[in-house]
Design a protein around this ligand. Structure first.
Ligand SMILES: [Zn+2]
Length: 78
């Protein structure tokens, strides 16, 4: 997908959260190894805070390296 902000190519990946290490992003459809994650690779700096709870989730997303934007498709249930 082309980034709607800068027209650069976006990379498809997953945004994921882990109660032990916070929010991270990895290209493709799988998390990176836990050792890379705890080493700080792929850390999502926009994540302001998290608590060390046993919560894990993943969200498909697109990321633009140029303007640091991330796009996710979602629907908010009513
Ligand atoms: Zn962009």
């Amino acid at each position: 997908m082309i980034c709607p902000y800068c027209n650069g190519e976006m990379r498809k990946g997953i945004l994921y959260f882990d109660g032990r290490s916070g929010a991270h992003w990895n290209e493709g459809d799988a998390k990176q190894s836990f050792s890379k994650t705890i080493g700080g690779s792929g850390r999502v700096m926009a994540a302001k805070s998290y608590k060390a709870l046993s919560i894990t989730m993943t969200i498909d997303s697109l990321y633009c390296d140029s303007c640091k934007k991330m796009i996710i498709d979602t629907e908010i249930s009513r």
